[in-house]
Design a protein around this ligand. Sequence first.
Ligand code: S3P
Length: 175
Amino acid sequence: MAAVDRNIVLIGFMGTGKSSVGKTLARKLGRSFVDVDMWIETSQKRKIKDIFETDGEAYFRTLEKEAIRIISRQTGSVITTGGGVVLDAENRRLLKETGVVIALLAKPETIYERVKNSQHRPLLQGADRLSEIQSLLESRKGFYQEADLFFETDGKTSAEVAENIMGALETQKNS
Ligand code: S3P
């Protein structure tokens, strides 16, 4: 598959900036943008939070898996994913097969600062959000490490992260 046809897929924990970086990246590169969670919300006509509350996480994961099957048929798009997309082996395989997979990283403390007031993240609603972040991050770390490229986002704006990604993709293209 030609480099330009490959999707650019952003993975990473909640609060690592996938959606804002992805939007910026798509705009700067003139590519179409698909956010998997937004796609699910549109097709289900309800919020992710409501899906978790009514039908549970396992059901959400089946919707997420179906969404990845459909969305990964696209080419040349910027695709942003929910933090748990990597839990499923087929999701990981499909995304890698059809795109360059980029992991956005951040320290648990940074993530905590970014999500502490969020009401729409069903997995982070407990009393001790920093501990929830630390243990979930620990259990998923290995999956995020399967990405092709990695970018630290601590202390950076989404525009800066997007610039860093574009620079790395350019280098990759020329090598
Ligand atoms: C989840 C992350 C969320 C959303 C859902 C589950 C996760 O997306 O898909 O709440 O398991 O980490 P963001 O990473 O965009 O917050």
